[in-house]
Ligand binder design. Structure first.
Ligand code: KG4
Ligand code: ZN
Length: 339
């Protein structure tokens, strides 16, 4: 069974083919960074229009990479949500039309489920159950994963997502969009001992997060110092986010007794976070799993894989497809039900 995966929830057009046997047969991502850079953030209407331009040529390129014809596909998976509604609509409409013309099934995939299953595309793949830390531009969540579609939310951000905090703080530091990778590069030159930022919500029990205060803390520190302090401020901010995430991950592993941690989503590409979580897990005798770097940020491979799992179980989405900007992860069920 070979499944085409289409991701268009935000500012990356991702297309891939996952099959068994064979695994990931091809995947390509077109990033819209250059398109949005001069606006300092994603402009939803421009994002939708660019998905329209890029998507079909990307589907053809991926088919060619895999040495396949369209009629050799057995199913199509697309990101149904959460995300920018216009952008989601482009992927869903193309996916659904393609499936209809080829007379093959289609399934709408949850973007965060796709992120948390992304480490399954590499070896060794994590076994269930595991704890997943999902850290992207829109979400920060700790989830107990008993199996595909069996998710229990352990904690989440009460305000800004971790990636959003990176992006907003990067903007305050006058760094280019997208802020996360730029802030990481600046922080690498910073002195870790100069500023000490708070670790929000770590002094009380629970697994929720709050990152908006850190952004304000960064703003006040920027205002009180010259430009030469920027790298040190970036370092203090990153250390605070990484430390906070690590403390909560340790707590989640201790609380659940689970000894496998999966880290997924764009912020999972941060090397300081990866290294810190590796150490934290090691000290608990736990294993930590990451998708390879290119599969941390948005891509079609994770959508193809999540869709494959659901299609294989007989799950189908009807012709009345309904992209949805908001879609709580906990509403998902095990594969096989209606989407
Ligand atoms: O998962 P993703 O590609 O898109 C969403 O679903 O949101 O995540 C994008 C987020 C952005 O906020 C971006 O700044 C952040 O991930 N990000 C990073 C790094 N690479 C991407 N944050 C910190 N360090 C990085 N290296
Ligand atoms: Zn994402």
């Amino acid at each position: 069974m070979r499944v085409l995966g289409i991701e268009t929830s935000c500012d990356e057009t991702g297309v891939a083919i996952y099959g068994e046997p064979g695994g990931l047969l091809a995947h390509r991502v077109h990033s819209q960074i250059a398109l949005h850079a001069r606006y300092g953030g994603v402009v939803p209407e421009l994002a939708s229009r660019d998905h329209v331009r890029r998507l079909l040529p990307l589907v053809d390129a991926v088919l060619e990479d895999a040495g396949m014809q369209r009629h050799e596909l057995d199913g199509v998976a697309y990101t149904r949500g959460p995300g920018l509604i216009g952008a989601l609509m482009v992927g869903a409409a193309l996916a659904r039309s393609l499936a209809w013309t080829l007379q093959i099934p289609a399934v709408g995939v949850h973007h965060m489920e796709a992120h948390l299953l992304a480490p399954m595309l590499d070896q060794p793949a994590p076994e269930f159950p595991f704890v997943a830390l999902l850290v992207s531009g829109g979400h920060t969540m700790l989830v107990q994963v008993a199996g595909i579609g069996r998710y229990r939310l352990l904690g989440e951000s009460l305000d800004d997502a971790a990636g959003e905090a990176f992006d907003k703080t990067a903007k305050l530091l006058e760094l280019p969009y997208p802020g996360g990778p730029a802030l990481e590069a600046l922080a690498a030159q910073g002195d870790p001992g100069r500023f000490q930022f708070p670790r929000p919500m770590t002094d009380r029990p629970g697994l929720d997060f709050s990152f908006s205060g850190l952004k304000t803390y960064a703003l006040n520190t920027i205002r009180a110092h010259d430009r030469e302090a920027r790298a040190d401020i970036a370092r203090a901010f990153q250390d605070a986010v990484v430390d906070t995430l690590a403390i909560k991950c340790r707590r989640a592993l201790e609380q659940t007794g689970i000894r496998r941690l999966v880290v997924a989503g764009g912020v999972g590409a941060n090397k300081a976070l990866r290294e810190r979580l590796r150490q934290e897990a090691q000290s608990l005798g736990a294993a930590v799993y990451y998708p390879r770097l290119e599969l941390c940020t948005d891509n079609g491979a994770m959508v193809a894989y999540a869709g494959f799992c659901r299609l294989r179980a007989g799950e189908r989405s009807g012709l009345d497809f309904s992209p949805t900007a908001r879609w709580p992860l906990e509403q998902l069920r095990e594969p096989g039900g209606g989407a």
